[in-house]
Structures are given as C-alpha cells and as structure tokens.
Design a protein around this ligand. Structure first.
Ligand SMILES: [Zn+2]
Length: 238
C-alpha cells in the first residue's frame, strides 16, 4: 500500500521512494508518493523521477484506482523494480492547482452562505477553475457580491488546516453544516476535513494553500447558464 504523502504535507516538493510495482512498461507504483492523483476536480501532478544511476523519467500523469499509478513519458525496464528513486513534483503547476482549489472552497463557501446553493460540479485547470451551483439566478448583482465576499476571505488571510475525524464525529460536527448526513461517505472509519478556519470546512482529499492570502485576487471571468437550477462560475487568479 502506498503512503499518500500529499494528504499530510501539501508543500512537499520532493521525496525519496521505492518502485514497488511496474504495472505496465510506462506505469509504476511507489511505496510512498507526493504526486497528487487526479480526483475531486483537481488534475494530477507532473514531475520527474530520478534513479540512482542518473537516469530520469518524466511523470506525465498520476491516477488512483485503489492504487496510485504514475504514468511515465517513456518505458521503464522491469529490472528497475525495487530500486530507490528521488522524486520531484512540478511545483509551479501543483502550487497553481492548490491556489485554485482553495479559491473554489472560498467561492463555494460564499455562495452557500449568501444563497444556500450547493455545488453540482467543478474543475481546476492550471490557469483557471470553475464551479457549478444549484442556483436559479446568477445576475450581475449576485456575481459582484460573490466576487467581493470571496476576495474579503482572501484578504482576511484565514489559516487553512486539514485534520481527520471519524464519520460519527463528522455527523455531529456543527462545523460541517454544509454536508448533509447522506452525503458523508459510508464505510470509512476516517474522513479528511479541509478547514478554512473561521469560514468553511469541507470533506476533501485535495491539496490546498496554508493561508487564504496565498490564493491572490479572485476574478470572476465568466458565468454560464447550464440549466434552470444550474449556473457555472469561472475564475482566474492574479
Ligand atoms: Zn475540494
């Protein structure tokens, strides 16, 4: 089982590991990894894996389906199984994902607090992000309020913490008021919470910045009507 380092340290940029499985000629499993596997709207990390003989492999994708598989741009020999490696995360890309991910939590918190609307979908890109809300009206007045409130949360520089709790605690937590009981995953003994302290807490497996100030200025660049009860908001950061 791979130790998922990215869940515990969002700022880990390089780490040592061992190749414990070669799934396909260009797909490997490590005993520990900080490569975020795409999921929850956050794209996968990219980066490099350095072997002890000096050879380098590019990681072009990372996905999790029970195990975390790292897709390499070139094939790796079977004889590499068991070897120790040093891994480097493409940090500018990952940090951009972190800033956008925290920005989306701020956005969803603001839209929920103001209009009671829940999220119906979302996606993070390297240079922008979008969220869809179960909202019937998204006029210019509302967009202006959302942008202004979101940037206020950024400027207040709230701490962003992660912690774990049991599903029972999550059911009883008043901080997780946005998660209705039936939305909590079942059969897990531990749930991971991302808490923008004093503002909004959500169940989340993604990577985030440590303080909301790191997000930078949030600009709503586009809104889209995706249906009567479905509105899309797209943001860019600067
Ligand atoms: Zn999230």
């Amino acid at each position: 089982m791979t130790e998922l380092l990215y869940l515990y340290d969002h700022y880990l940029k390089e780490f040592d590991a061992k190749i414990i499985e070669i799934l396909e000629p260009n797909s490997i499993v490590l005993d520990r990894t900080a490569f975020y596997p795409k999921g929850g709207g956050q794209p996968s990390d990219r980066g490099r894996i350095l072997l002890q003989d000096g050879s380098t492999f590019e990681v072009v994708d990372s996905s999790k389906d029970g195990i975390v598989a790292h897709t390499l741009s070139t094939q790796i020999e079977r004889s590499r199984l068991g070897q120790s490696v040093h891994c480097l995360i493409d940090w500018p890309l990952r940090y951009s994902h972190m800033r956008h991910h925290t920005a989306l939590h701020i956005l969803s918190g603001v839209v929920f607090l103001k209009f009671g609307a829940r999220i119906t979908g979302g996606q993070i890109y390297s240079d922008r992000a979008r969220l869809d809300f179960a909202l019937d009206n998204l006029g210019k007045d509302r967009v202006d309020v959302i942008a202004s409130d979101a940037n206020k949360v950024v400027s207040e520089n709230h701490e962003v913490k992660t912690y774990w709790m049991s599903s029972e605690e999550a059911h009883n937590s008043k901080d997780l008021h946005r998660l209705s009981a039936d939305l909590l995953p079942k059969g897990l003994d531990k749930l991971r919470i991302v808490d923008i302290v004093g503002f909004d807490a959500q169940l989340d497996g993604g990577t985030h910045v440590a303080k909301t100030g790191e997000v930078g200025s949030i600009k709503i660049t586009k809104t889209q009507n995706k249906g009567k009860e479905n509105k899309r908001i797209e943001i860019v950061l600067s």
